[in-house]
Design a protein around this ligand. Sequence first.
Ligand SMILES: C[S@@+](CC[C@H](N)C(=O)[O-])C[C@H]1O[C@@H](n2cnc3c(N)ncnc32)[C@H](O)[C@@H]1O
Length: 258
Amino acid sequence: MTTAKHSKQNRAVISDYNGYDYKKIFWEDADRKYEDAADRMAIRKLLPREMENFVDVAGGYGRLADEYLPRAKSATLFDYSKTELAQAREKYGDKLKTKQGDIYNLPFKDGEFSTLMMIRATHHFKDMEKVLAELYRILRPGGIAVIEVANKRTLPRIARYFTGKTKASPFTHNVANLSDVDKDGFFNYHPKYIENLFREAGFKIDKVLSVSNFRSKGLKKVFGTKNLIKMEKGAQAILAPIRFAPSIYYRLEKPGDK
Ligand SMILES: C[S@@+](CC[C@H](N)C(=O)[O-])C[C@H]1O[C@@H](n2cnc3c(N)ncnc32)[C@H](O)[C@@H]1O
């Protein structure tokens, strides 16, 4: 993720992972086994057991492909980064189709997929309305979308706000733009704001999970990764109604007959 580029069509910022070894730097070299396990737990609960035609949108190098490949008759990995798509092809070969492009203009037909998933990507997208319109378009009626959202209203941010360490309120519905991160900005969303966008796009919210509830270096030190994973198992559904975790997972349905 070395540079920020502007796409000509809509001037939205693209977080460019070309030439950045996301797999090694973010997942393998850092201590993120807990976060990876938390994502997998949520996906197992939310993805349909059997899927006709599935796409992993902004799926990177296919970190989560071993979760969806056994459930899908056909699976496609879509991403902007050629570097990551090449890593996926090396690992999965013909089992996983790959397609490169920009999320704001998805290179897929209307209603092409029965199911889609988009994990750890919303924080890159400045124009979520356009992203959701595209996701809705490529899903067939009755189709399912599993989308992870970067939450701005987390417990640590609430604590920082009430102890005066930040003036940025986690309670307002405006999009939080952490613009100095790698120059291209990370966007975080208030749950109510994003849920309104889902509904406005035409989706029905079917299920919600609270994910990565214990994402903290301190907690990892005190409890250890194994125990945090056990705690996460119980917490994802129980804590969903309060939506205070850094990742909120949604299972959405595009209304209509299959
Ligand atoms: C944090 S990674 C997440 C990858 C994967 N979903 C996962 O959970 O391991 C974010 C991904 O979004 C992709 N991305 C960023 N902007 C994009 C855009 N405009 N169109 C398509 N993909 C984009 C990046 O290339 C990167 O692979």
